[in-house]
Design a binder for this molecule. Structure first.
Ligand SMILES: C[S@@+](CC[C@H](N)C(=O)[O-])C[C@H]1O[C@@H](n2cnc3c(N)ncnc32)[C@H](O)[C@@H]1O
Length: 234
């Protein structure tokens, strides 16, 4: 099953959140990185400016910038309402515990993405495509990151879609990092263990890694996945 972006919000995080969600080190930033489900995040723009090697892929990249902006505005309304209604489930300390501040910072970083989008498309940094089939060669990337799609949208994405997608990310890269590991408002589900067990049975190594980033309260882990044979070489 392929997720259509109209069932998944077009909402993106700023660079510093990416660093924390995926525990990216200075060395990691020098790797050839794939941001899968990159959406309107400014990570590609920021890393490119820093001289990094980055490609982002997302089904929404077939849209025109003004259409993406429209989806961002719709997502903004929902995110804003959610943050006010379910305030106790979110940690906004970094944003002075202010929903307005949170939204302003995120909208500004998504504007950076929008300003970069046309040039980035021409340069091949933004590609249209969707899990679970990616248009890349085996191990084309050192590191693939996939944020705020898998596990978060478990209600519309099957377990098999998760496993196939992670296998595909492992095919195209030496290492995969995924965040978050639960859907909103849920501390722990059997889904994560089911996916991990299926991956382990198919020969992949998985590691739940603690992170300092916290937005949805208590969601402070990412998943690192590698193929067993690759892992010994890293
Ligand atoms: C909530 S946004 C996350 C954006 C960014 N990764 C972040 O964390 O800020 C989720 C993105 O997943 C994309 N998406 C939906 N279905 C997808 C699929 N099958 N493969 C790849 N991306 C998909 C959507 O278009 C959307 O841009």
């Amino acid at each position: 099953m392929t997720a259509a972006f109209d069932r998944v919000f077009l909402w993106g995080r700023p660079f510093w959140e990416y660093l924390q969600m995926f525990k990216l080190s200075k060395d990691d930033l020098e790797k050839h990185i794939l941001d899968c489900a990159g959406g309107p995040a400014s990570f590609n723009d920021d890393l490119n400016r820093l001289g990094g090697k980055i490609v982002s892929i997302d089904p929404a990249y077939r849209l025109q910038p003004e259409e993406i902006k429209k989806h961002i505005n719709e997502a903004h309304e929902v995110v804003r309402r959610l943050l006010f209604e379910k305030r106790e489930f979110y940690a906004l300390d970094f944003y002075g515990n202010s929903v307005d501040e949170y939204c302003q910072v995120h909208l500004a970083s998504m504007d950076d993405f929008l300003s970069d989008f046309s040039a980035g498309k021409r340069e091949g940094r933004y590609l249209e495509g969707a899990l679970p089939d990616l248009p890349f060669k085996d191990k084309e990337f050192d590191l693939s990151i996939c944020g705020n799609l898998l596990f978060l949208y478990r209600d519309v994405l099957s377990i098999e879609f998760h496993v196939q997608s992670i296998e595909e990310l492992c095919r195209v890269s030496k290492e995969v990092r995924i965040f978050p590991l639960t859907k909103p408002g849920v501390l722990e589900t059997d889904d994560l263990e089911t996916v991990i067990n299926m991956l382990n049975e198919r020969g992949y190594k998985t590691e739940r890694v603690g992170i300092s980033y916290e937005f949805r309260k208590y969601s402070k882990e990412m998943l690192r996945v590698t193929e067993a044979s690759i892992r010994n070489m890293l």
